[in-house]
Design a protein around this ligand. Structure first.
Ligand SMILES: NC(=O)c1ccno1
Length: 245
């Protein structure tokens, strides 16, 4: 997968050199290029923002540098999918990560200040698919941290990136049996720690009982932390045994 990221703070993406994603890049599974938006701002001060039309606080990112940046990074004919993190976007979920992980090329645009002039997305949408996505109902100072989160959520789904591909299947929200469910508790050695013992079933070696226990715990945790997800499951995802939990 090819990733391009445009930002006024390219140094934000140093973490993409380390750990899982750093290894994926060195293995050739991920090709990441980070671009400084200011290289497309040609005035003396490399200005990328200005006051908002209609008044109001803060500044808006100017369309000219962004238009030039997107044209330069994605000149065509092949085009990426443009992903723009914004509080006013559609929810970015595990399903979104899985969908974007299937793309050959993603281009992330990191807004700052009050956002990017809306004509930039409108113009880009005439050439490429654009997804304005939100990580949640909160506001960041810019899109960079959101892009780091999305790149990790997407990158770990790429074949070969995770040591054990099976661990993806057991994730919270993973398509299939875990869709709309939160992962239950996990344990490792020692079997007893500060007088707290690991549940006996996990030491039993009985795979059927262990799978059942894990689903029961996932249902309990989902009911406690995200009851609205269970309502989604209730229609067709719960069997009689599940309902007994
Ligand atoms: N909620 C978000 O995804 C976001 C992106 C930028 N600021 O907030």
């Amino acid at each position: 997968m090819k990733l391009d990221i445009v930002s006024i703070f390219p140094e934000y993406f140093a973490p993409l050199e380390i750990s899982l994603l750093g290894k994926a890049r060195r293995a050739g599974l991920l090709d990441v290029a980070v671009h400084d938006l200011r290289q497309w701002a040609h005035d003396r001060h490399r200005t990328v923002d200005d006051t908002p039309y209609g008044g109001g606080p803060g500044m808006v990112m100017k369309p000219e540098p962004w238009g030039a940046a997107l044209d330069a990074v994605a000149p065509g004919p092949e085009l990426p999918r443009l992903v723009v993190p914004t509080p006013s976007g559609r929810p970015f979920t595990q399903a979104t990560a899985a969908e974007l992980a299937g793309e050959p090329w993603l281009l992330f645009a990191c807004g700052r200040y009050e956002g990017i002039d809306s004509r930039v997305v409108a113009d880009a949408a005439t050439r490429m698919r654009v997804d304005e996505v939100s990580l949640g109902d909160f506001v960041l100072a810019g899109g960079e941290v959101a892009v780091l989160v999305m790149v990790e959520a997407i990158g770990r789904l790429l074949p070969g990136v995770l040591g054990n591909a099976e661990s993806v299947a057991d994730d919270s929200f993973a398509p299939g049996s875990m869709e709309s469910l939160l992962e239950g508790p996990v344990y490792t050695k020692p079997p007893v720690w500060r007088d707290r013992a690991v549940p006996d079933v996990l030491l039993s070696g009985h795979h059927g009982a262990i799978a059942r226990w894990r689903r029961d715990e996932a249902l309990r945790r989902t009911a406690r932390h995200r009851p609205e997800l269970l309502a989604r499951l209730d229609r067709d995802g719960l069997d009689a045994r599940d309902r007994a939990v």
